[in-house]
Design a binder for this molecule. Structure first.
Ligand code: SAH
Length: 232
């Protein structure tokens, strides 16, 4: 009990991990080989408080402290698919939380077997979660490909801009202009937008090569609020 390294618990978790994956591929929620590979590679159990480790592969959001949650597995994987990630891309995440979602993205843009190519910068405003994410990423072997920064992510990360992809893991009242400005031509931004607290529209923003902005509503979602200068 509680020791996720015991053989029984490791096996139970891995069985559950594959069951969750089968359900997500059977429903066509997850289609891409890179997404499946990243999900298999990244140990979600290393991104949770100890008492939740045995629920690591239940497809639900789980509390990570500070009133925040690690997103459900399907939501993380939907982000990976919609963002059209490729090896070598430079990605910005707003709302690092546990670091799990950033590790999944890192596994696609800079796969473990190859020399580091792409990179993920993740911005988190709560100092205790910055520390939590850093520790988790270190344990899981992603600290070379993911940089965690404490800041108000509604302003983006000007020192590292521009980015090929930006993903926002908290819900905004509107699309923050700094994020649009920090997107490369040909880049994509994925963000939950909505005035209501527990309902938003997951919105995909694309910047064309000629810097025209296109937005598309993908699906209804429920995220914790994005707090900050360009947020709530
Ligand atoms: N992606 C995370 C879960 C995100 S939960 C994971 O994989 O675990 C949303 C996170 O956004 C919370 O940790 C919250 O503190 C953070 N957040 C909210 N507003 C923010 C802001 N303006 N800048 C940076 N982080 C913010």
């Amino acid at each position: 009990m509680g020791d996720y390294t015991s053989p029984d618990n490791v096996k139970a978790n891995l069985d559950q991990k594959e069951r969750t994956l089968r359900r997500l591929t059977a429903s066509r929620t997850v289609k891409k080989a890179e997404t499946i590979r990243a999900y298999r590679m990244v140990p979600r159990e290393l991104f949770l408080p100890n008492h939740l480790v045995r629920d690591a592969y239940i497809d639900t959001p789980l509390p990570i402290g500070e009133g925040q949650t690690i997103s459900a597995i399907h939501m993380c994987l939907i982000y990976l698919e919609l963002l059209d990630l490729k090896e070598g891309l430079k990605v910005l995440e707003i709302g690092g939380g546990s670091g799990y979602h950033a590790a999944l993205v890192a596994e696609v843009v800079s796969p473990t077997e190859h020399p580091p190519s792409g990179h993920v910068f993740t911005v988190e405003r709560k100092p205790s979660l910055v520390e939590f994410a850093k520790e988790n990423l270190e344990k899981a072997g992603y600290s070379d490909r993911v940089t965690v920064i404490e800041a108000d992510g509604t302003l983006g990360l000007p020192s590292e801009a521009p980015f090929d992809r930006i993903m926002v893991a908290a819900a905004a009242p509107h699309i923050p202009q700094p994020l649009i400005d920090q997107l490369k031509p040909g880049g994509k931004l994925l963000i939950p937008v909505g005035k209501q607290q527990f309902w938003q529209e997951l919105t995909l923003v694309s910047k064309t090569e000629k810097e025209k902005i296109k937005t598309r509503r993908e699906m209804s979602v429920a995220f914790v609020p994005l707090i900050g200068k360009e947020g709530w």
